[in-house]
Ligand binder design. Structure first.
Ligand SMILES: [Zn+2]
Length: 225
């Protein structure tokens, strides 16, 4: 620990997001809480369910990844909440390191695009909770990062279609527009924090797809299906 962080820790001690105990300032969780995160193992039932749901939404060949299961009242839920509302950038760093430890991407990633906030929400909150996570992950994976590859043009929920074809037909109602340069090639990793219905990622995925980017993988920090 550096001298500055030692002093800062003394003045501003950090509390573990899971249990509230005092921890070093460069951490988000104590060691005990870290072991309580419900990481999704490759062949677990949760992962099989997650992949089955994704297969109904995205193209069959789309690689999908989830870091942990979103459990009500669990450490993962507290992490996501703190990431979204408590502006603790350290959480984004930790989550990106968890991804690098736990997830083996089948195909090398060329670029990361996060789900953007609507500009009004961004102004109110002051930051996109996915920014530090995605930026640091791009450094770890040694790929490009395009925080404005997608722009949110509407904050209202698009209607979910009954089928993929419906969804493509309904792209006029998408919440997003693609601002990604045509020069971007290779595998794009589309990143969100929580996967519940898949509507948001579906909108974003098909927006990129229709803009000509067919090589997309999905990563959600938490799966809440
Ligand atoms: Zn703790």
């Amino acid at each position: 620990m550096g001298v500055l962080s030692f002093i800062l820790q003394d003045v501003f001690p950090q509390l573990c997001i899971g249990c509230g105990c005092m921890i070093p300032s460069d951490n988000a969780l104590c060691k005990a809480c870290e072991t309580k995160i419900a990481f999704m193992e490759e062949d677990s039932l949760e992962m099989i369910e997650f992949k089955a749901k994704c297969a109904l939404i995205f193209n069959e060949e789309t690689e999908v990844y989830a870091l942990f299961k979103f459990e009500k009242g669990g450490v993962g839920q507290k992490l996501i909440h703190a990431l979204k509302y408590k502006n603790r950038p350290i959480i984004g760093f930790h989550l990106s390191y968890f991804v690098s430890e736990k997830i083996r991407f089948k195909t090398p990633i060329s670029a990361i695009v996060p789900i953007p906030l609507h500009s009004k929400k961004l102004k109110k909150r002051g930051y996109n909770q996915l920014d530090i996570f995605s930026k640091n992950l791009s450094k770890i994976l040694q790929c490009d990062y395009f925080p404005e590859g997608l722009v949110r043009i509407s904050d209202s929920r698009a209607q979910a279609g009954r089928s993929k074809w419906d969804r493509e037909m309904r792209q006029e109602k998408s919440r997003f527009s693609s601002e990604l340069s045509r020069d971007v090639y290779g595998k794009i990793l589309l990143v969100d924090d929580v996967f519940t219905t898949g509507n948001t990622l579906s909108d974003a995925y098909y927006t990129l797809h229709l803009a000509g980017f067919k090589n997309i993988s999905i990563l959600t920090i938490a799966s809440d299906i």
